[in-house]
Design a protein around this ligand. Sequence first.
Ligand SMILES: Cc1cc2nc3c(=O)[nH]c(=O)nc-3n(C[C@H](O)[C@H](O)[C@H](O)COP(=O)(O)OP(=O)(O)OC[C@H]3O[C@@H](n4cnc5c(N)ncnc54)[C@H](O)[C@@H]3O)c2cc1C
Ligand code: SF4
Length: 547
Amino acid sequence: MILLADLALLRAILHVLPVSNPLLAPLKFKIAPLADLGWEAVLGFRLHNSRLTYYLPMKRILYIPFDQLHTEYGVLKDSDPKNDLVVMVQSQRMTTGRDWHPQRLYFLISSARNFAARLGELGYEVRYEKAATTVAGLLKVKQEFADLPIYSAYPSSFRMFESLSEFGVNFVENDFFLTSRSDFNLWAERQKSFLMENFYRAQRLRLGILMHGRDPVGGQWNFDKENRLPPPKNYSWPEYFKNEANSIDQDVAKELGIQVPQTWATTQVGASLALAHFISHSFANFGPYEDAMADDSWALHHSILSPYLNNGLLHPSEVIFAALKAFESGAIPIESCEAFIRQIIGWREYVNGMYWFLGPTYRQNNQLQGDRKLLPLFQDSSKTQMNCVKSIVSDIESRAWVHHIPRLMVLSNLALLTGSNPQEFLDWMREVFIDASEWVMVPNVIGMGLHADGGLMMTKPYAAGGAYISRMSRYCKSCVYDPKLRVGENACPFTTLYWDFLDRHQAKFANNHRMAQQYWGLRKLSDLPELKQRAAQVLSGLEKGEI
Ligand SMILES: Cc1cc2nc3c(=O)[nH]c(=O)nc-3n(C[C@H](O)[C@H](O)[C@H](O)COP(=O)(O)OP(=O)(O)OC[C@H]3O[C@@H](n4cnc5c(N)ncnc54)[C@H](O)[C@@H]3O)c2cc1C
Ligand code: SF4
C-alpha cells in the first residue's frame, strides 16, 4: 500500500524512471487497471506516455507569467489551492541571449521567486521551472501532470499570445489594467486622431475619478501649464525609498554576481511600502517638477512605481486608491494629484490600449527611414562629452531607470535627431530599463519618441534643441558645449542636429500647422550651409564616440 507521505519521494523516482523498469513492475501492474477505471486521482499516479506519472488530484494548471504577480488579479483571482497547480517559468530566453541590465534581471527574477514562495505560504502547490522557453517549461509540467488543462490570463505581448495560443493555453481576462482591450477599441475606433487627452477625459468620466458630476474637480481637466517648472536652486529633494532585502533577494543577486540593489522592492509588501513612501514623501510636489531634470537627485518627485505596476506587484487601482485618499485628506494640491492620476489612468492605459489596437506589425515602423546604427554613447556613458547624455546614461547604468523627460527629450530626442534606426534603439531601451515591457516600450518609442509611425500616435515629433534641455535642467552649465550655439566646435549637438532634422524632413513636416513656428525659424537661419557642415561633423563624431 502506498502511503501519502511517500508520494514526494515516489514522485522524484517515478519522474525519471520509465514503467518498464523491473523495479516498478508491481506498481505498473497494480495501477494501470485502476487508472483505466478513473481511480488515479485517489492513488496519485497514472500512466502517461509509457511513464508512470505522479498525479495530484488537481483539476487545472495555472500559468503565472512574471508580469502578473498579484494574488487577486489575473488567473489567480478565481483559483483554489486544492484544485489548481501553479506554474511559473524562468525562461532562458528571458534571462540570457541579450545584454539585459543586471538590475532588471534581478528585479524580475527575485520578484517572481518571492511570489512563488508567497503562494506556497498561501497553500498553493507551485512549480517554478527553469527552461529554454516558456512553452518548454509548460510542456514539462503538462507531461508530468497528465495533460491537465492550462489556464492563464491573456499575456502582455503579441509574441507570447501567439506562442501560448499555439500551445493550447486557455485564457481568462487580463485585468491588470483598468481598461479592457475591447473597451479601448470601442474608443479608438471612433477617433479621427488618437489624442491621449481625449482618452484621458473619457477615462475620468467613465471611472468617476476627480469628478464633480460631469465637471472636473478643480475646474480644469489638466494642470499641465502649472507643471513645467525647472529644478529649483538649493532645494531639498525627497529622500529615496530603500528596500530591505530578504534571503531570496540575496540569493538572486549572488547568482547574478551583483550587489543587492536597495532601490527595488521585490514583494507585494515591499511594493506597497514603496507606494506609501511616494505618497508621504514625494506626491505633494509631483506636479510642478514633473518635467524637471536635476543633477542632485535621480528620482526628483517621481513615484518610481512603474516596475511594480508592470510586473503586477501593484495594481493600478491600489495606486489610485492611495493617491485619492491622500488628496481627500487635503495634503496634496490638485495640480499634483491630477498630474499623477493622468499618468496612471491616462498615459498608462492609453499606451497599453494603443499597443493592442495598432497590432503586431506596428513595432516595425520606420517612416522617417532612420538607418543609423545604435550610437556607442547609449551603451557606454564614457563615449560622450555631452553632459546631459553622459549623466543620464550613467544613471541608467547605475539603476536601470530615469524618468520620462530624460527618456523622451534627451535619449529618444537624440535618436530621432540623429536618424537612428528605431528598432535598434527600441531593443536597447528594452534591455536597459527596469520597467521595460513590449506593450509599453513599443508605443512609447516607435510612436512617441521616434515618430517612426508617421504620426499615427503623435501629431508632431518631439524634436528639440539644447534650449529645451537648458531650460529644464542644469546640465548645460557644466557642459563643454553651449546650448545657444548651432555652429562651431562648441555648438551644442542637440541644437545643431535639431535644425538639421527640420531641414532634412521639410517635405514631411513643413505643412504641419503645429510646426509652423519651427519652420518659420528655419527659414530665417542665415547660416544653414555652415550648420549642415557642422551637423555632418557631429554625426560622424557621435558614431566614433568623440562628441
Ligand atoms: C521613450 C519612452 C520609453 C518609455 N518606456 C517605458 C517603459 O518601458 N516602461 C514604463 O513603464 N514606462 C515607460 N515610459 C513611460 C515613463 O517614462 C515611465 O513610466 C516613468 O518614467 C516611470 O517612472 P515613475 O514610475 O516614477 O513614473 P511617474 O512619473 O511617477 O508616473 C506614474 C506612472 O504613470 C505611468 N506612466 C507615465 N507615463 C507613461 C507612459 N508614457 N507610458 C506608460 N505609462 C506611463 C507609469 O506607470 C508610471 O509609473 C517611457 C516613456 C518614453 C518617453
Ligand atoms: S549643452 Fe547641449 S549637450 Fe551639453 S548638456 Fe546642454 S543640451 Fe546637453
